[in-house]
Structures are given as structure tokens and as C-alpha cells.
Design a binder for this molecule. Structure first.
Ligand SMILES: Cc1cc2nc3c(=O)[nH]c(=O)nc-3n(C[C@H](O)[C@H](O)[C@H](O)COP(=O)(O)O)c2cc1C
Length: 348
């Protein structure tokens, strides 16, 4: 196949999935402005490379809350993975395992945490805290029992934003088994309306108290909120706009990342997602201070296209692009990136 596999997977997924499922995965909220702006925002940075440096051995390894990973690319949570592939979350976890990566599992997963944990890949639980906090507790306990190493609190979804499919049918998820395998049926109906609308910094400590795992807050865009998260005990802040699927016209994560790193660098780890499609995107993210670049749709589309092998291929392709980019900027590892590596391109 010519070109990049990461670019091809979207079309492969479109061919293989029912139209309404593909659209559900692909679309952004509202008019799709934020979803469309995510990837181009990374393009607005330019590198100022160094030469005459030994780049024979390049090392992409890093740690995420103490877990060693082979590269800064990891897999963001997405629901409905069994609609993408019959083996769903298990196939996704196998890819992470094969590549030395880490996978974040949606609380709306269609596979039991025990089966995901049995794969052996390092994994974190993403949680949408429910309005009735008692419905969240057993989900966290099940995840901790199954080996989850952190809890990722998604903070940008007090309500699920409207998504429109134009003239086409908007997909209605009818099978609770695809999204609620780890909830107790009687207490948690399929409706998304039961998400908490009163989340506060105190919920970070509350979550940590349920399981003694580190808490990551996902969906942070304002530096003052990053500071509030860290002050409340978050171990990491995840700069995300939910792939443009929540508030439309929200700032691209590439634009929000610098101020957040400046605010909490050293006090907490910072991660990013949104439109990461190139090795050079992760190099920009790392130069700005992010420790990981998470993949949403590229992993989900690759899962639909070619199962765990496809996801692995995306991870490997991006890692190899990043290796090449590090060589070309004259830096053999992500640790020692020079402060002046990036130039913000103007007029683009
Ligand atoms: C189909 C789909 C389902 C998602 N489900 C979740 C979810 O259950 N929980 C969550 O925190 N984020 C969810 N996300 C957001 C991703 O974790 C991530 O923030 C986003 O996809 C990153 O942008 P990208 O798709 O451009 O890589 C979902 C994204 C997609 C595309």
C-alpha cells in the first residue's frame, strides 16, 4: 500500500464498517470545526534542527506514571470498540502489548476488565463519573482488581455534545453489551444522561480514595484548570478536546499545550491527544513538554481495518517516523530536546 498506513486506515475503516458506525467514529460535534482543526494545528510549528550530533542510537522509551513504554505513542480511550472489531478492547490491548505501549480503556467498554487485563498490556481505566457516585465505585473496583494502573477522569463531558450526520442516519447504540460490560445493569441504564454535571476538584481525591491508583485528568485546556487538578492531587493532566467531539470551536490541543506545560511542568506529567497523525506531531508535543501523545481515531480505524495487527502497524509507523525526526533534528532521545527546537510559524 503506498503512502502512510495511518492515513489509509480511515478509508479502510469506511469500507469495512456500516456507514452509520464509521460516521459515529469519524465525526466531531456541532459543525466539526474543532475536529477539522486538530491535525493542522500541529503543522503550525517548525523545527530549528541541530547538526553535527551523534544520532546513531535513538531511544524513544519513556515512562508514563512509572510504566515503561517503548515510545510516547499510546492508545486513547474510545467506546464501542466491539463495533469496530469483534474482539474489540481485547484486540486493542493485544496491540499495545505487542508494541510495548499502553492502552486506556473506556468506562463504556464492551469487554470485561478481567478479559482486557488478562492480555497483559499495561492499561489505565478512563472513567466518566456518574451523577450517582455509587454507580462508579464498582467499576473502579473491577478495574483495579483487573490490574488497571491509573484512573483517567474525563472532565470535558458533563453532557454529551450533539453530533449530526447531515442527511444520514445518526447511529443509535442499542446493544448495552457494547458499552456497559463493566456496569451493574440494574443501577446504570444505557442512557448517557447519568454523567455527573457537578464534578469538582474534590472528585480527584475521591477517585484516588476508591482505589489508591494515580488519577489523571483528561480534557483540560486551560492552564488554571491544570493547576487546580494538580493542587487537588492529580498525578497527570491530559490536554484533550475529546477529538473535537465535545465543545465545537474549542481551541486545538496543540495551541493549549504550551501554557499548560508552563503551568504544571515538574509538578505533574502532561499528555496530549487530538489530531496526532505524524511522528513529527509527537516531536512537537514532546518539545512543548508532553510526555505522551495519545491516539484516538487512528487506533480505532486501524482496529476496524486490520484488528490488533493494524493498531500495531500504526504504532510502529509513528514510532519509526519519530525516530527519523529525532535523527534529523540532531537529538537522540526525547529527554534532551533543546529548549529552542520549535519555532512558531507565523502567517500560516
Ligand atoms: C469514537 C470515539 C469514542 C470515544 N470515546 C471516548 C470515551 O469513551 N472516553 C473518553 O474519555 N474519550 C473518548 N474519546 C476521545 C478520545 O479518547 C480522544 O480524546 C480523541 O479521540 C483524540 O483525538 P483523535 O481522534 O484526533 O486522535 C472517543 C473518541 C472517539 C473518536
Amino acid at each position: 500500500m503506498p503512502g502512510r498506513y495511518v492515513d489509509a486506515v480511515r478509508e479502510l475503516a469506511r469500507e469495512r464498517l456500516p456507514e452509520e458506525v464509521f460516521l459515529y467514529f469519524d465525526q466531531g460535534a456541532g459543525d466539526g470545526v474543532a475536529a477539522a482543526e486538530a491535525a493542522p494545528a500541529w503543522d503550525r510549528f517548525r523545527f530549528l534542527p541541530r547538526v553535527l550530533r551523534d544520532v546513531t542510537d535513538v531511544d524513544l522509551t519513556t515512562t508514563l506514571l512509572g510504566t515503561e513504554v517503548s515510545s510516547p505513542f499510546a492508545i486513547a480511550p474510545s467506546t464501542l470498540q466491539r463495533a469496530a472489531h469483534p474482539e474489540g478492547e481485547v484486540a486493542m490491548a493485544r496491540a499495545a502489548q505487542a508494541c510495548g505501549s499502553l492502552v486506556v480503556v473506556s468506562s463504556n467498554a464492551g469487554t470485561s476488565f478481567a478479559d482486557i487485563g488478562a492480555v497483559g498490556a499495561p492499561w489505565w481505566l478512563q472513567i466518566y463519573v456518574t451523577a450517582d457516585r455509587s454507580a462508579t465505585v464498582p467499576v473502579i473496583e473491577r478495574a483495579a482488581d483487573a490490574g488497571a494502573r491509573a484512573i483517567v477522569l474525563t472532565a470535558d463531558t458533563p453532557v454529551v455534545a450533539g453530533k449530526y450526520a447531515g442527511e444520514r442516519t445518526v447511529w443509535e447504540v442499542t446493544d448495552p453489551g457494547w458499552v456497559r460490560s463493566n456496569f451493574t445493569e440494574t443501577t446504570t441504564p444505557l442512557a448517557a444522561a447519568d454523567k455527573a454535571t457537578d464534578l469538582g476538584p474534590h472528585d480527584i481525591a475521591w477517585l484516588a480514595g476508591q482505589c489508591e491508583l494515580p488519577v489523571v485528568v483528561k480534557g483540560v485546556l486551560h492552564p488554571a484548570d491544570a493547576r487546580r487538578c494538580v493542587d487537588a492531587g492529580a498525578a497527570a493532566v491530559w490536554v484533550s478536546n475529546h477529538g473535537g467531539r465535545q465543545l465545537d470551536r474549542v481551541v486545538p490541543t496543540a495551541d493549549a499545550l504550551p501554557a499548560i506545560c508552563a503551568e504544571v511542568a515538574g509538578a505533574a506529567e502532561v499528555y496530549v491527544d487530538g489530531g496526532v497523525r505524524r511522528g513529527t506531531d509527537a516531536l512537537v508535543a514532546a518539545a512543548l513538554g508532553a510526555r505522551a501523545a495519545f491516539l484516538g481515531r487512528p487506533a480505532l480505524f486501524a482496529l476496524a481495518a486490520d484488528g490488533s495487527e493494524g493498531v500495531g502497524r500504526v504504532l510502529q509507523e509513528l514510532a519509526s517516523e519519530l525516530t527519523e525526526a529525532l535523527r534529523l533534528v540532531g537529538c537522540p532521545s526525547l529527554e534532551g530536546l533543546p529548549d529552542d527546537l520549535l519555532v512558531r510559524a507565523t502567517g500560516l
